[in-house]
Design a protein around this ligand. Structure first.
Ligand code: GAL
Length: 716
């Protein structure tokens, strides 16, 4: 017999259409501390987490503060409509939404209509991008992840329901100047073409905590090998082994750092489609070539796309395990079949990785539609073309990383498509677009979405632009010149060659800092490059958005305070405020607390907007009070696994300084077995105005790459 309560509930469900919607079997389950799983209908078997194979770092998650479910559960609705799953999350007045993938022009996502769809960025933030990650973080301190490998339609605070609880008042356009074409909306609405959906809510309490939980839930960020954080140059297409050797010796001779070189199309016998074997003419002895480079401290990275040429040695073998359509006449390996994986990665392993090749640049896995299989394509695994497209970049990252893992070697490469769940893979996204400002906005957005992005430098019209671009790429996940078509070198503009060298060497000097910050990405989920909204004490106040009257006149204007997309946080303590070609002066918003100039140590301000005119040679970089920045001597290649490096630990301001310096062998996966240490650094100001610094002793039995340590007081 049904209980009275249950019968009453059924009556209630029948008379209340709203309740009937969320009565569709939406249940919540706390799967890790602060990570809630919601299920609507019957989710599909394949999703982003399955594609990536991501597993949570449960022990790191358990160290984050426990927080109650952040939204009223009854305000989250789900319904199956027309064979699709509809999901709705509430939005409050003043709430802002960040994330939803690698956007290039906007940080604030509230008010957007997006279709999250893997694609090459086409000049407009509409959801079609290299990493359309279905994760958003709210300024109210929680995150939402939609675990599907389908395209996703998102109405992010853009649509208005007639039963809205916080409706905007209708206005008369004829007479009322404050009429808006985009009335206030109080929900994020999501539609996915599947009869069920799994999704997650990540608690805060702060937005940064929700991001950390999201990253940790996917296994944490990648820990690149040390050399990955050095400097890299990609040489012109069709370069020969002799050309590369010559270029590498020019770097050495001219005193520019270089840790890995990228070979672009031309190392393979045929490309577009690819043969996955060395070209015997340009690379007659690849084994000796790779070894010669390694002996000089320079690793080799190889460009490829995954589309297999009829001339590839394994073409016939892989053919049965490829999709129905070709890309540039190359067959598309169905990476969801173990056979295709074994054949493709077997070839790469045997022909390249076993020679000491350090990694790949995986091109053309994103789109532009003409350059990919269409949605009507079929694959032997039975996976749909759509799901394949959403996850192909993820699968390439996953299985190529495995080749290196088998050898207990870390890799660090490039990829043009990614998605949610790929957070832990050691790949940096890049593209063909080339707008410096938008590259910085993308860098900021990468931190909201659990991906890495490089504002790569390719060419420039003027020495000024060249230097400005170089100044930012050294404050990014991959300091790279991609000269595949331009043939540029760091010294290509003699007017600024010395300044560029200084920046490239600064990158090397800062290696202990970058490496520790990536370790925090891996172990704590803290993104190394982040937007200002995540920074304690940051506020822009309510700034009216010019040219967007609908928002300007919106009664809930606090939701649209000005986007800050041209300054960002790099690691724990640095605020980077780039200048772009043509600019000589700019404003910088300093969060609350005292800030200091990174280069001079001078005090610059506290919770205010400053205007700076730094000159061409300088990129404005500021440091928090009490910041501790571990640096090493400038050098041309990162230190080897067993080498000891002297540190100069810089200290800024007045507050007691504290830093956790990460150390391991820099190359292997032994850190996963506990072979690493975080060494605590403390610095305090003394009565006499000087400083006293201490670093914890190296732990017995752990890798120790730290030599002599000195402390430098930057603020006098
Ligand atoms: C493009 C890629 C470039 C370069 C080029 C070589 O697709 O985005 O970075 O690798 O191919 O042909």
């Amino acid at each position: 017999m049904w209980s009275i309560r249950r019968r009453l509930l059924i009556v209630f469900l029948c008379i209340s259409p709203c309740a009937a919607v969320h009565a569709q079997g939406l249940n919540w389950n706390e799967v890790e501390p602060g990570v809630w799983r919601g299920i609507a209908g019957k989710p599909e078997a394949y999703d982003l987490i399955k594609a990536s194979g991501a597993t949570a770092n449960a022990s790191a998650l358990s160290k984050l503060p426990s927080v109650d479910f952040p939204i009223a559960k009854e305000a989250i609705h789900t319904q199956i409509i027309d064979g699709k799953t509809y999901l709705r999350f509430p939005l409050e007045k003043g709430e802002q939404i960040y994330g939803l993938g690698l956007n290039f022009q906007t940080i604030h996502q509230r008010g957007k209509v997006l279709q999250l769809h893997v694609d090459h960025f086409g000049g407009k933030d509409n959801g079609r991008t290299h990493a359309p990650v279905p994760f958003y973080v709210s300024s109210k301190g929680y995150g939402v992840f939609i675990n599907t490998a389908r395209y996703i339609n998102m109405y992010v605070g853009s649509a208005v329901r007639k039963d809205s609880e916080t409706p905007a008042v209708p206005k008369d356009r004829n007479t009322d100047k404050s009429w808006s074409s985009r009335p206030y909306s109080d929900a994020v609405e999501i539609l996915v073409a599947a009869e069920g959906l799994e999704f997650f809510v990540f608690t805060g309490p702060k937005p940064i905590d929700a991001i950390k939980r999201y990253n940790l839930f996917m296994g944490g960020g990648p820990l690149p090998p040390r050399w990955g954080l050095g400097f890299t140059q990609r040489v012109k297409t069709l370069s020969t082994a002799a050309d590369v050797e010559k270029e590498v010796s020019e770097f050495e001779k001219n005193g520019y750092p270089l840790d890995f070189v990228g070979l672009e199309p031309g190392w393979q016998s045929k490309a577009y489609p690819c043969t996955f074997e060395w070209d015997k003419g340009r690379y007659p002895d690849p084994k000796t070539f790779v070894k010669t480079m390694l002996d000089k401290g320079v690793r080799i990275n190889l460009w490829t796309n995954p589309y297999v040429s009829p001339d590839a040695p394994f073409y016939k073998n892989i053919l049965p395990y490829t999709g129905s359509h070709t890309v540039w006449n190359g067959v598309v390996p169905d990476l969801l079949t173990p056979q295709a994986r074994d054949i493709l990665f077997g070839q790469m392993q045997q022909d390249q990785v076993s020679l000491g090749v350090s990694g790949y640049k995986i091109d053309e896995v994103d789109g532009y539609d003409h350059y990919l299989w269409p949605d009507v394509a079929t694959f032997p695994s039975g996976m749909s073309a759509e799901q394949m497209r959403q996850t192909y970049g993820v699968l390439m990252q996953r299985y190529s990383t495995e080749m290196f893992r088998k050898l207990n070697k870390r890799t660090y490469g490039l990829v043009r498509a990614s998605n949610g769940g790929a957070n832990a893979f050691p790949y940096v996204i890049y593209d063909d677009y080339y707008n410096h400002e938008d590259f910085i906005t993308a860098l900021i957005n990468s931190g909201y979405s659990g991906v890495l992005w490089t504002p790569e430098v390719r060419a420039s019209k003027t020495p000024e632009e060249w230097l400005r671009r170089m100044q930012t790429v050294v404050f990014s996940p991959m300091a790279m010149i991609n000269a595949w078509s331009s043939s540029t070198k760091p010294w290509s503009f003699p007017e600024v060659a010395e300044q560029v060298k200084e920046m490239a060497l600064l990158r090397m000097q800062m290696l202990p800092y970058w490496y520790s910050e990536f370790a925090k990405y891996h172990f704590e989920g803290m993104p190394p490059f982040r937007g200002m909204s995540l920074e304690e004490g940051f506020s822009t106040g309510v700034v009216k958005v010019k040219g967007n009257t609908n928002l300007e006149e919106n009664p809930y204007a606090e939701a649209v305070s000005k986007e800050i997309k041209d300054q960002y946080m790099a690691g724990e303590s640095l605020l980077v405020a780039p200048l772009f070609a043509g600019q000589t002066t700019r404003q910088v918003i300093l969060p609350k607390g005292k800030w200091y100039d990174f280069f001079t140590g001078a005090y610059v301000g506290n919770g205010e907007v400053i205007t700076v005119t730094p000159g061409l040679n300088k990129i404005p970089v500021y440091v928090k009070d009490g910041a501790v920045i571990p640096m090493m001597q400038p050098r041309l290649h990162v230190p080897g696994a067993k080498e000891k490096t002297d540190l100069e630990i810089r200290y800024y301001g007045e507050q007691p300084g504290h830093y956790m310096l990460y150390d391991d062998d820099g190359e292997s996966y032994n850190y996963e077995k506990g072979q690493y240490s975080f060494r605590e650094i403390r610095v305090e100001k003394q009565r006499d105005g000087g400083i006293k610094g201490q670093i914890a002793a190296a732990q017995k039995g752990m890798p120790n790459t730290i030599g002599k340590v000195t402390f430098k007081q930057m603020t006098k």
